[in-house]
Design a binder for this molecule. Structure first.
Ligand code: NDP
Length: 329
């Protein structure tokens, strides 16, 4: 394939985050072996950026990064991300900062004739009023939930512009749509983080202080979670093998949907927490389910085996305990 030349340089924006660090572990995992199982099997040079390497909201700083590294491939993860509260309060910043970052990256990829750009969408930018399961074709079918419309429209424009860049300039830009991601290097903030890292942090405190492990809501809602290392492997596959501007959902099967209750008990087990588990039903549950369809992924990767929830949660818990001092929380 075009990506197997010796001069392949892959630039990963947002390389210090949850997904970026997972791609780094995936790529370096079997790097020392000389058999064909080496995940970096194409003589690729990988560069993982953090915001310390430059502010991607700034055009000149972004240009400098592209001039310095001359990437042939870009996996674009960097984004202003946040919880519900932040999204509601700062719609302007979520829209503008993400739009600036995405425009700087796409325009540089065009100018530098990058062979492949893979950007990140999210299932949370889909229409608020929709039918389930949602698939890739339904992205623009109605407005997103008002709470995160700044973030959602900035992300949706990535998809629009991937097609525009293909039509007008022949660029090979695409995007992936992950469901909820979790794993090592996550943001474990209880207030601002996502559900799994939040539960891990809460359970850690409950164990340390000998208090009950309290989960907000009934625990009944269902969600699809993808372990960050699985997402990393599939994102690298998309970069190397999937060539269409149309997005592809990277999610576990519909049958692998789990309840928040299942997740909470998996966290308690991984943490070896033996105290009381309480579901505080005075707190809101959120949407009951928002199933994503992974048929498109399955048409390419029918046999891909996802990491089980038990295994993935154990890895995330072990990482959090081992890195408690420095983890984002
Ligand atoms: P993280 O919050 O873990 O990481 C964000 C990354 O972006 C960090 O490396 C951060 O750098 C970098 N970054 C943020 N702002 C800037 C900036 N102005 N200039 C340069 N770098 C910047 O994010 P995730 O790994 O969780 O998410 C990666 C992508 O996946 C995002 O696009 C997100 O929207 C998407 N996504 C995530 C989901 C999830 O469940 N986590 C679900 C669906 C989509 P630094 O570390 O230096 O601050």
């Amino acid at each position: 394939t075009s990506s197997s030349s010796s001069s392949t340089i892959v630039l990963v924006t947002g390389g210090s985050g949850l997904v970026g660090q997972a791609i780094k572990s995936y790529i370096t995992k079997t790097n020392n072996s000389d058999d064909n199982n080496n995940n970096n099997n194409n003589n690729e040079t990988w560069i993982f950026l953090s915001s310390k390497d430059g502010d991607l909201r700034d055009r000149q700083q972004t240009d400098a990064i592209f001039n310095k590294y001359q990437p042939t491939h870009v996996i674009h993860l960097a984004a202003k991300v946040g919880g519900l509260f932040a999204n509601m309060k700062q719609k302007v910043e979520f829209y503008r900062e993400n739009t600036l970052i995405n425009d700087n990256i796409m325009e540089n990829c065009r100018i530098h004739k990058v062979t492949k750009l893979v950007s990140m969408l999210s299932t949370c930018i889909f229409p608020d009023k929709t039918t389930y399961p949602i698939d890739e074709t339904m992205l623009h079918d109605g407005p997103p939930h008002p709470s995160n419309e700044g973030y959602a429209y900035a992300k949706r424009l990535i998809d629009t512009m991937n097609r525009a860049y293909a039509e007008e300039y022949g660029c090979n830009f695409t995007s992936i749509i992950p469901t909820n991601i979790y794993g090592p290097h996550d943001n474990f903030s209880i207030e601002n983080g996502h559900v799994i890292p939040g539960l891990i942090h809460k359970c850690y405190i409950a164990k340390k202080e000998n208090t009950p492990f309290t989960i907000w809501g009934s625990g009944e809602p269902l969600r699809q979670f993808i372990y960050s290392l699985d997402l990393a492997e599939l994102a690298v596959w998309v970069m190397r093998e999937y060539h269409s501007p149309d997005p592809i959902t990277l999610s576990v099967d519909e049958s692998a949907e789990v309840s928040i209750k299942d997740v909470a008990y998996a966290v308690a087990k991984a943490m070896k927490f033996t105290g009381e588990v309480i579901f505080d039903t005075t707190k809101a549950d959120g949407q009951f389910r928002k199933t994503a369809c992974n048929k498109k992924l399955r048409s390419f990767r029918p046999d891909y085996k996802f990491t089980s929830m038990e295994e993935g949660v154990q890895e995330a818990v072990d990482w959090f305990i081992a890195n408690y001092e420095t983890a984002r929380k």
